[in-house]
Design a protein around this ligand. Structure first.
Ligand code: FCB
Length: 443
């Protein structure tokens, strides 16, 4: 295969994980329950009733996991901080919870913590969760508490992970915690997360944070056909998925939501909110997995102005997600073109694939499909850089096979295989390939 072009000097290579998906130890050292503990305990919500009570046991094995990162040659480790460990009731600080992240930060690979990766303290959900404006203020107070403790060693902060998915899957469709099915009435959960991002950014700055980012998911919206109706449907999808979560942050305004039957000012947006949301950031995190094919719905079938469709004749991962690396180039270039000077540097904060490859007779995990996926997507980043996108880093989702939300342990995204019965870690072939790629890039 053709060599991978060299990314610019100083480009950051690493991996990403999230607290609820790997830590386990849900009852230890004063951690409070999160919405995901409640959701996983509800029959029928997670495939095969899997819970994350133990997950990868990262809480106890973090040193082994950070040693794997060092062996990989990773520059950075994106992990998330569990809000219910730090503030079990969403308010009072729990010292032993903070102490865990203190140890993790000191373990030795440049830390890039995400403050919220979907595990809201259940106590805050009981007060309305992200539908309640007060959650945004609580989030800022939590950010301040974490920064106060870790800010002397953490330089790179990420406020939220994928507020679109959290709103859509958690509040609109009920496929993720907290399991609400409010459809378009879930929109305040978007605004309050964004407000939380802005207020937390200010709190981080006040604590001296030099580098703050927001991580969104991005997916090019591809019209099903060349018809005007499909093009319009794709535009509507792009408005909801991308513009709704990017325009307020970079431009200080919400996109026009007329197509969603929401003409006029949004009632939950108060004076000054957009100024808070537009707090300058130093980078925008891009999580990319695949493009989304969009078509116009049959009349009367949905309250939304679009419907999602399958791609034909493309390879898919074991999750059924289409493998289309050019979509990553497209994503990075479209952000660059559409936001111009308002766009901060981009970071690919997640990219990866689910393939279920078990150890062979020699104990080796030959996950060539993941190698192909990663090589193709790193090349896609290089292509975007060559065409003018300012991209500073690339983090593979994920270091470890882990608890994949509603799919339980069925989707394996790791560079490292985890045997969930014994918790043994085994680096896969893709781990070695990624280590070699990082080393080649540094030569
Ligand atoms: C992203 C999530 C991450 C993981 C990957 C597969 O949407 O941020 O936690 O589940 O998908």
């Amino acid at each position: 295969m053709a060599a991978i072009p060299r990314l610019p000097e100083g480009f950051v290579w690493g991996t990403a994980t999230s607290a609820f998906q790997i830590e386990g130890a849900v009852d230890e050292d004063g951690r409070g329950p999160s919405v995901w503990d409640a959701f996983t305990a509800t029959p029928g919500k997670v495939r095969d009733g899997h819970t994350a009570a133990t997950a990868c046991d990262h809480y106890h094995r973090y040193e082994e996991d950070v040693a794997l990162l060092r062996r990989l040659g990773a520059d950075a480790y994106r992990f998330s901080i569990a809000w219910p460990r730090v503030q079990p009731d969403g308010q009072a600080v729990n010292e032993p919870g903070l102490a865990f992240y203190d140890r993790l930060v000191d373990a030795g690979v440049t830390p890039m913590p995400t403050l919220f990766h979907w595990d809201l303290p259940q106590a805050l959900e009981d007060r309305g969760g992200w539908l309640d404006r007060d959650t945004a203020h609580r989030f800022a107070a939590y950010a301040a508490a974490v920064a106060d403790r870790l800010g002397d060693r953490v330089r790179h902060w990420i406020t939220l992970n994928e507020p679109f998915e959290h709103m859509a899957l958690g509040y609109a469709l009920g496929q993720h915690a907290p399991g609400h099915t409010y459809l378009l009435d879930a929109l305040p959960a978007a605004h309050h997360q964004l407000l939380g991002h802005g207020l937390a950014t200010a709190a981080l700055r006040a604590a001296g944070a030099p580098h703050v980012m927001l991580t969104n998911s991005y997916t090019p919206a591809i019209p099903y056909s060349g018809s005007e109706a499909d093009t319009e449907a794709a535009r509507a999808y792009d408005t909801l998925h991308r513009r709704l979560f990017t325009d307020p942050v970079l431009l200080g305004a919400y996109p026009d939501l007329d197509g969603f039957g929401l003409a006029g000012p949004l009632p939950f947006v108060k004076d000054g909110d957009l100024d808070a949301i537009k707090a300058p950031i130093d980078g925008l995190g891009v999580n990319y997995y695949n493009p989304t094919r969009v078509t116009v719905p049959e009349p009367g079938t949905t309250p939304l102005p679009f419907e999602l469709a399958e791609f034909e004749h493309v390879n898919t991962t074991d999750f059924g997600w289409p493998v289309i690396p050019s979509g990553l180039t497209q994503t990075l270039l479209e952000l660059t073109a559409d936001y111009g000077p308002a766009l901060p540097p981009l970071w690919v904060t997640e990219n990866g694939c689910s393939y279920d490859v078990e150890p062979d007779a020699d104990g080796r995990i030959r996950d060539q499909a993941r190698i192909d996926y990663l090589e193709a997507h790193v090349k896609a980043v290089a292509a975007a850089v060559e065409q003018g996108a300012d991209v500073r880093g690339y983090l593979v989702w994920s270091l470890l096979d882990n608890f994949e939300w509603a799919e339980g342990y069925h989707q394996r995204f790791g560079l490292v295989h985890v045997d969930f019965a014994t918790l043994t870690r085994t680096p896969k072939d893709s781990f070695d390939r990624y280590a070699a790629l990082i080393a080649e890039q540094r030569r």
